[in-house]
Design a protein around this ligand. Sequence first.
Ligand code: AP5
Length: 590
Amino acid sequence: MLSSTPTSFHHRTTLTPSPSLLSTPLPSSSSTHHPLRQFSFHTRPLGLRCHTQFPLTPKTLKVNCSTREPLKVMISGAPASGKGTQCELIVQKFGLVHISTGDLLRAEVAAGTEIGNKAKEFMNAGHLVPDEIVTAMVAARLSRDDAKQKGWLLDGYPRSLGQAQSLEKMQIRPDVYIILDVPDEILIDRCVGRRLDPVTGKIYHLKFFPPQDEEIKARLVTRPDDTEEKVKSRLNIYKQNAEAASSSYSNIAHKIDGSHSKEKVFKEIESVLSQLQQDKVKIMKSGEKSILDTKKGQTSLSQDKWRGIPTRLNNIPHSREIRKYFYDDVLQATQRAVNDGKTRLKVDINIPELNPEMDVYRIGTLMELVRDLALSFADDGKRVKVCVQGSMGEGALAGMPLQLAGTRKILEFMDWGDYGAKGTFINIGSIGAAEVEEQDDMYILVAPQNAVGNCIIDDLRAMTNAAEHRPVILINARLKDLPGSSGIMQTMGRDQRLKYAASFESCYFFRLLYYAGTQYPIMGAIRMTYPYQYELYKRVDESPGKEKYVILSTFPQRPTTDEINDAFQGKPSNETRKASGIWGFLSGIL
Ligand code: AP5
């Protein structure tokens, strides 16, 4: 806060970038005219992070960014939460221009500019440098061509409400706002042990990442603001401002547990950014370019466009737009998995209209999903067999699950397009080994499940065995114990069923979250699309009738009830916790 700053500098304000700022060496990773390149390494300012000035290892895989709209990423977190460390990795993988306000300021200090001299006092005291200085620096850096062309990664800005508002005024918005969440005691340990290489700008840690090379070890330096006392003060200032600074980005915020190893943390970030990049490409391809425009009054992709969770899912019937969104989401995940050579796949999609536990279940939606999926693979030249199990059992025990009654007929009579796909590229069949024919390329099995007294497992296994290397995709399979229409529990072949179901890899998962024992209101959702992680969303009501979904966390495996509880309560997932509370019910449906 200005009132607690050590000088009266705040009386002198300027919001336009000063000439000295524009001519000061800027710690950007990717500028070809980087002023630092004119100097020897030894003149580089202390602790500067200049990531892509170093040759990338041959192993480094760069994402091909075919979109014309590059990524815009903000990363925030307490001092020493690992922002700089993760930025190194993000830059290597995604080629974004890294803009760290800490680095920009340290460069000014090292260059002895007027701004640097003023900033130094604040920085060394562990206080925030006045907004006007920092904002002008950021604005100048973001306006450069490399940032516009390659996309940017803003690290350590905005750090106050004022800074966030300044960005809003300039209509600068990120696609995603990543928050690294790390407990205080770890932060202090990380800060006190941090060492910087003044030659390369690389970040080390005495305990966690000590350099192997003796020469490097000998030249490492400590940042003047890395004493325990100053770290505590920086941490307090961070806490006072964090919520206000991030409030503008709650709908695109992505909180990540930063206490894990740097590789694990990066994996999560990578998953988020890759998904975002794919979404952008998808939208560009489908001609929805207007969403990406950053013209006056318009906002970026993630802010306005659903990313995984369309809103108003309680409105039944779901709008055509919502249904289409989910069909596309399932389709893309499934195609990615099939293209990766996966052959035993399952899709679990439980929006209200596809959830047989809800009264609003609509068989037409399931049929439409299956048709979209089948036609899309057929468009790629594959011969797809869509299969629905027939009646099982004999005599009084003959029958089929209620959910599937009449579905085969519906499939037969559906509109399969004008080009005669049905009978050539699309065929309708049943479930069993006899259905597998030589010309088939893949199989889509519609909600295979048990009926009272009958178990589908043997037919299913025989069919997948006969299909051999060909993909078999189960849509909303229900192979666990199910009560039949009379309430009788089907338990026959239980162990076999569960083992068999587990042999299919999940390529799509979506389920809404509710309070214990209710189906209203929606509290959040879980989504996974192959090959990305499980995303946990929380529903937030901005104003009556206006809702949005905010990503709370991601998980490599489907999250447990405790993990969901922790994320909803804002606890790091490694914290020990009591038995499940209000979300306890979720274990039953997960
Ligand atoms: P800045 O340089 O941005 O400092 P900070 O936000 O306090 O963050 P740090 O650089 O300390 O930490 P980091 O999160 O980058 O962690 P790192 O990757 O290095 O800003 C400095 C000062 O400039 C501010 O105090 C302020 O005065 C001023 N300033 C900057 N921006 C401003 C703004 N917008 N407005 C006003 N003033 C501003 O990691 C830390 C250590 O942990 C390292 O040793 C690393 O090796 C280790 N480590 C990292 N990840 C892991 C891991 N996963 N496991 C184990 N160790 C890890």
